[in-house]
Design a binder for this molecule. Structure first.
Ligand SMILES: Nc1ncnc2c1ncn2[C@@H]1O[C@H](COP(=O)(O)OP(=O)(O)OP(=O)(O)O)[C@@H](O)[C@H]1O
Ligand SMILES: [Mg+2]
Length: 336
């Protein structure tokens, strides 16, 4: 359905103390998702997940690499020619409240994209009404009670369902769900995840799932691939269950170990510690991007960038000179 090769994106900071500094949001990301397939991207804040999602949905430009949608490369096309291709890929944002216009009823919200479609395909007003009811039913909402309401009259979970219904009005082939449940009440999250899973199964919509949380990645696509991304580089990639059961990159291991451990109270043992810290783009990039935080680094790691590859005895792709099964403790740098 979609193939991305070597996608790079660098932002130049405009204002503030960091003005002029370059942020390498994506450093050559490759992936592909088949029709109806699933892929999940995990990584900590600032690693480039939203940037990737926006590029895939045609909402952000990319500096290098290529995206092919259903076999058609996007770069040679003019922006207007790309639109119908990117329309097949719809993004679901983290915050359903800001995604909906508060002054419009759900009916009005759905009619706008449907009117465009009706014009393109010569369909009637009645078709628009029927389709609005249909997409609401698909996301588990009762059209009769929801259509006349405003976003503030719905729960967060219902609002996110409306956002998904609006995306479905254009018959997408893929949904990019960017932290789609993180701002929703915990009790309603599973319902939204189940809906995304259900849409995959019933409509054959592919899902690209962006998350901080490994468990949700597994829920949406246990048959898909998991991509672990660190500072814009995919550092580990493989079938979800393989990566979760047996991660080989120390960064993935630290993500999976993220059971908070209080400084000084951790169990004494042999486990190496990976410091939890915010991403620092100012550090030198000569070697492995993770080297500074890695308890297993050696001289090679500090001078040479490991590329994503398969090596003997390790089933999943990894960007590490010392891939192996081990467990680590992730701990904040400065004490508690
Ligand atoms: N429009 C922009 N201008 C400048 N820098 C940007 C812009 N958008 C993103 N960045 C930078 O690119 C990097 C990746 O950002 P991105 O939003 O993709 O991360 P993320 O993985 O989605 O993080 P989070 O988990 O917090 O949502 C960050 O360092 C961010 O500051
Ligand atoms: Mg983000």
């Amino acid at each position: 359905m979609i193939t991305a090769t070597g996608i790079t994106k660098t932002f130049k900071q405009r204002g503030g103390v960091l003005a002029g500094r370059e942020v390498h949001a994506l450093r050559g990301v490759d992936f592909s998702i088949a029709k109806g397939g699933a892929a999940s991207f995990i990584g900590e804040s600032g690693c480039g997940k939203t940037t990737l999602g926006r590029i895939i949905a045609g909402l952000e430009s990319y500096d290098g690499g290529e995206i092919a949608i259903a076999g058609t490369p996007m770069t040679p096309l003019r922006p207007k020619q790309r639109q119908p291709h990117f329309r097949k890929i719809q993004m679901i944002h983290q915050d359903p409240y800001s995604a909906l216009n508060p002054t419009r009823t759900i009916h009005q919200t759905l009619q706008a994209p449907l009117a465009l479609r009706a014009r393109q395909t010569g369909r009637s007003k009645q078709w628009m009404e029927e389709r609005a009811a249909e997409v609401l039913s698909l996301v588990g909402l009762d059209p009769g009670s929801v259509l006349s309401r405003y976003p503030h009259q719905l729960s967060g979970g219902m609002r996110q369902r409306v956002v998904i219904a609006r995306a479905l009005t254009v018959d997408p082939e893929m949904l990019v769900a960017d932290e789609a449940v993180s701002m929703i009440d915990v009790s309603l999250r599973l319902g939204i995840l189940a809906l995304l899973k259900d849409l995959r199964e019933r409509l054959g919509v592919a899902v690209l799932f962006i998350t901080h949380d490994v468990a949700t990645a597994r829920y949406i696509g246990d048959d898909g691939e998991l991509f672990v991304i660190y500072r814009g580089q995919v550092v580990e990639r493989g079938p979800v269950d393989t990566v979760i059961a047996d991660p080989v990159h120390p960064y993935t291991q630290s993500l999976l170990s993220a059971i908070p451990v209080l400084h000084g109270l951790e169990e004494p043992g042999e486990q190496p510690v990976v410091p939890l810290e915010s991403l620092d783009e100012s550090q030198a990039d000569a070697g492995c991007l993770f080297a500074r935080r890695c308890p297993f680094r050696d001289e090679r790691c500090e001078s040479e960038l490991p590329l994503l590859q398969v090596t003997d005895g390790v089933p999943q792709e990894h960007a590490c000179f010392h891939p192996r099964s081990r467990s680590v403790i992730a701990r904040p740098l400065s004490g508690v």
